[in-house]
Design a protein around this ligand. Structure first.
Ligand code: SF4
Length: 248
């Protein structure tokens, strides 16, 4: 029954190498409420019918399983977005079946839909039970700056990190480094201090801002507000990594 649950699929990738351990099958879901100024996948934002393929959890899992022989060294399935937590029933269906088959599951999320209110929270707790790894973007510690960067508060996102920490879940934490926007010393130090209070963090990474997604903004006729911003230099990345205290 659960396997008949449908998901709005943006795309799949057979040999992902960065979104979780080992080689992974990545499922990118359609739809995200945030509007990060540096988003490199703005085509995943809207949930219009022409933007996605509707597929069952069983069908997507069947496709993923074709690649199982490559999932050595902790590889498996990652569900990403868009924002995967907007389609929790689908993620739950895929991961529940995957766990029955002994497959490693990772959820790549920015945490924006997280709330301890129902009906979200009950499903989230069930999802936690079948998710081996959460890959969580922490975009900005200061709430006002987070709003300017993404259009939303970060309170519930930090609460989600806290919840995962308190409930023994494994996490990778990522921070996109945008020169002049998310690279202030105070912000990076605050991020370091917050991460230091969490349990279960297996990796902390800085992702350098890049401009590969800009043509997508142009194609969608969306105003891109960071056209003056250049990707960080290796020295700027090293400085941020030191301040945040990255490790793998
Ligand atoms: S959360 Fe991710 S998909 Fe959504 S706008 Fe931000 S970068 Fe883009």
């Amino acid at each position: 029954m659960t396997r008949e649950i449908m998901g709005k699929i943006h795309s799949t990738e057979s040999f992902g190498a960065v979104d979780g351990p080992g080689v992974r099958f990545i499922i990118f879901l359609q739809g995200c409420h945030m509007r990060c100024r540096y988003c490199h996948n703005p085509e995943t934002w809207k949930s219009n019918e022409e933007e996605y393929t509707l597929r069952s959890a069983e069908d997507v899992l069947k496709e993923a399983l074709r690649y199982r022989s490559y999932w050595k060294n902790g590889g498996g399935i990652t569900i990403s977005g868009g924002e995967a937590l907007l389609q929790m029933d689908f993620v739950l269906a895929v991961f529940s079946s995957a766990k029955e088959k002994g497959i490693h599951t990772a959820l790549d999320t920015a945490g924006n839909p997280f709330t301890e209110e129902e009906p979200f929270f009950s499903t989230f707790k069930r999802l936690c039970a079948v998710t081996d790894l959460f890959i969580l973007d922490l975009k900005e510690m200061d709430e006002e700056k987070h709003k300017q960067l993404t259009g939303f508060s970060n309170k519930n996102i930090l609460a989600m990190a806290r919840y995962l920490s308190d409930h023994g879940k494994h996490m990778w934490i990522r921070h996109v480094l945008v020169p002049g926007l998310t690279d202030e010393e105070s912000g990076l130090t605050a991020l370091h201090d917050f991460i230091a209070t969490l349990h279960g963090v297996d990796r902390v990474e800085v992702l350098p801002y890049h401009v590969l997604g800009v043509p997508e903004w142009e194609k969608l006729n969306l105003p891109y507000t960071l056209e003056h911003v250049k990707p960080p230099t290796p020295e700027e990345v090293a400085r941020a990594e030191k301040l945040i205290g990255t490790f793998a």
